[in-house]
Design a protein around this ligand. Structure first.
Ligand code: BDP
Length: 681
């Protein structure tokens, strides 16, 4: 179809060695008290099995015939107790599950501690069958590695989506909450099936109308919360820091003012009366013209703790974003380097945040570029909860008109060794809470969906949404494994097809990088909408994102001796790695150093020749992707095929524009000709 079912196709499996196995199972047994999440699990399993086997599935409370699929929490039904040893059941944590095929009866038994665990177990079983795998000898124990696996919607109530590339909001229209709750439920299914357990349903830039989600629209929010509750997903709201002024009728938002504190306490109580399991608040404060505690001479800890205090009695949390920098600067003073800002603002506050506050830190120090170093703030606050923030929405990576599979990028970030507590202090271990023993930790990411029929605009961008959830559940999964899962569940099992799409996805980040901003320097995009090449688009503005290209060289000097000193925010090992031209990785060279165009990279090429070569190659490879996609024409549904084909053609054209703009710019600036004499326009 058009991609609406995404990876939950449950298409009839008619070929392959394991088809006969599935046909045996036409009964689901639930040894469990009825609850909403179990009901979702049973519905999903029924729908999935009926799709996959083409047979009617019946649901029962007890064993009538075997083999069956048996679902239950430990300690409830005798079948569950029989199948799982004490050792297995005690290894399962809150959201985990065990799946076991009983070799005598053939029953497939899913056991968990909570109904959420059962739901995740059901989705896992359906993934196996959806990919045509054997279910004869299942024996698995699964726990999520990360506790918070969150999605941030940047949806506005007027129906627009900030940095949305797939149509309008599915949550709002005409300044109200949508009445199309079916679509929300279908989204909840998609999220739960990939392992997501939390969602903030409105943009971090909160306008007056969205502030009213806390008050007059609360009954609508409660309806949305009920839908997500059925899929074990907690609902959060982004709030305007100055709500007391915006909607509360107060004259101040000073976090130490008692009337302000009281207003938030009362607001929280009302929310929890309507939504007892409400997750909490997501806050963008003192950032890009949003209000915050700075106005009152207070700091971020004062601001966050004021909200945390209001939520605490109800078990709620405050997620406070660290995307704080001066957006009205022109770098007169080196210490104003935007890359330094998050660390400079927050690191000194370590230990001052209440234990129900989590800081949300963007993966890099600037802003979701195709290539950035890892944010030095991650892990640098041992006494503070942190989550990492990724952007699934492809704001700077082709806006879902170009294909860019982001899981390889996220993997690199997660595997980065911060050395903060010696070798092996990787980002993924910081983020899963192990390094500092945090009460809360995990992943957050900006969603890439909208009301386009296929959710993500570019069908291949669905792989990023799916991949984000899978990686948040288990960061050890490889980018290839995740891609293969997504491809088979979405398109089927034909080997040539799987391999072809896998290659397209796995090469896509590298290709995109090669025809856009070179060597980690970032941006070079059109201001505001951020699509398409514009080398000096932000160069002479106040946003703090510069490349400093002149006729001699390019790049940002961020080392301590001569530059902004940003490098000193890293552990010594990494500081030295980045400071030395000998060891600084090529792909980040221009992020850390200003060098002449004739500087020779580790690759043996000069910077200028590297720019020419990668841009010619990148545009050429983007063209080859168009041809590669043609190989899957027979295997992919006609509409889906055409939709992707169209976007790939657009990408190939647009890649040439990038190539020409960037190459011409640097030919003119440097006056150095291409070594291979190619035509540069
Ligand atoms: C930038 C976006 C902007 C967001 C901001 C944020 O361009 O629209 O509001 O991030 O994360 O990437 O708050």
């Amino acid at each position: 179809g058009d991609g609406y079912l995404a990876w939950l196709q449950y298409r009839r499996i008619t070929a392959g060695a394991n088809v006969d196995q599935y046909a045996e199972y036409n009964q689901i047994i639930v040894t469990e008290q009825d609850d909403v999440v179990i009901r979702s699990a049973v519905n999903e399993l029924t729908q999935g099995m009926e799709g996959i086997t083409g047979r009617k599935i019946c649901i029962s409370g007890k064993t009538e015939r075997t083999p069956s699929i048996v679902l239950g929490t430990f300690g409830t039904g005798s079948r569950i107790a029989e199948v799982f040893s004490e050792e297995v059941s005690s290894a399962i944590k809150a959201e985990g599950y065990a799946i076991h095929t009983d070799s005598v009866t053939g029953d497939i038994v899913i056991g968990a501690v909570t109904s959420a665990g059962i739901l995740y177990g059901v989705f896992h079983l359906l993934r196996i069958m959806g990919a045509g795998g054997s279910v004869q000898q299942l024996n698995m124990v699964e726990n999520p590695v990360n506790q918070l696996r969150m999605i941030n919607q940047w949806d506005n109530m007027d129906g627009s989506v900030e940095r949305g590339y797939a149509g309008e909001s599915i949550f709002y229209e005409d300044n109200r909450v949508t009445s199309n709750l079916q679509r929300i439920q279908d989204y909840a299914r998609l999220l739960a099936s990939s392992g997501i357990n939390a969602i903030a349903i409105n943009n971090v830039n909160v306008h007056q109308v969205e502030s009213r989600l806390l008050t007059e629209f609360l009954p609508d929010v409660a309806k949305l919360a009920a839908i997500f509750r059925g899929y074990a997903i907690k609902l959060f709201l982004s709030i305007n820091y100055a709500s007391t002024i915006e909607i509360g009728g107060l004259l101040t938002a000073d976090p130490l003012d008692s009337t302000v504190r009281e207003w938030w306490r009362a607001a929280a109580s009302k929310i929890y009366a309507a939504i007892p399991d409400f997750g909490g608040f997501l806050v963008k404060a003192d950032s890009e013209n949003r209000p915050g505690p700075f106005t009152y001479g207070r700091d971020h800890a004062d601001g966050a703790n004021m909200l945390a205090e209001a939520l605490k009695p109800h078990g709620g949390i405050v997620i406070w974003r660290c995307f704080v920098y001066n957006c009205k600067q022109d770098w007169r003073d080196r210490s104003m380097d935007r890359a330094r800002a998050a660390y400079d603002h927050f690191q000194p506050l370590d230990g001052r945040f209440m234990d129900n506050v989590i800081l949300q830190v963007k993966n890099g120090p600037i802003d979701f570029q195709v290539r950035e170093p890892v944010s030095p703030l991650l892990g640098a606050m041992p006494h503070t909860n942190q989550v990492i923030e990724f952007q699934i929405a492809q704001e700077y990576t082709g806006q879902q008109r170009h294909v860019c599979y982001l899981v390889p990028q996220w993997k690199e970030i997660l595997n980065f060794d911060t050395h903060l507590q010696g070798e092996g202090t990787t980002v993924k271990r910081i983020i899963d809470g192990n390094v500092h023993g945090n009460a809360y930790s995990g992943f957050a990411a900006v969603s890439n969906i909208g009301n386009d029929a296929n959710w993500t605009g570019h069908l291949l961008a669905q792989a990023n949404l799916f991949g984000y959830g899978r990686l948040a559940w288990n960061p050890e999964l490889s980018a290839e494994e995740i891609a293969v899962e997504w491809i088979t569940l979405t398109f089927g099992t034909n080997e040539l097809m799987v391999q072809t799409i896998l290659n397209i996805l796995m090469n896509s980040w590298e290709i995109y990088e090669s025809y856009t901003a070179p060597l980690g320097v970032g941006f070079m995009v059109n201001p505001n909408h951020h699509y398409g090449p514009n080398v000096d688009g932000y160069e002479y503005s106040m946003w703090g994102t510069y490349h400093f290209a002149d006729c001699y060289g390019i790049g940002v000097d961020r080392i301590s001796a001569t530059g902004t000193g940003y490098t000193s925010q890293y552990a010594r090992m990494n500081m030295e790695l980045y400071e030395s031209l000998e060891s600084c990785p090529d792909e980040l060279l221009l992020f850390f150093h200003h060098v002449p165009y004739t500087h020779v990279l580790h690759s043996g090429k000069t910077v200028i020749q590297h720019i020419y070569d990668t841009h010619f190659e990148g545009a050429e490879r983007a063209g080859q992707v168009v041809a590669a996609w043609e190989l899957v024409k027979e295997q992919v549904d006609g509409r889906a095929y055409q939709q992707v084909a169209d976007r790939l053609v657009e990408q190939a054209e647009h890649a040439k524009e990038w190539r020409d703009r960037i190459n011409t710019y640097f030919l003119r600036k440097s006056g150095i000709a291409d070594q291979w004499g190619r035509t540069i326009y």
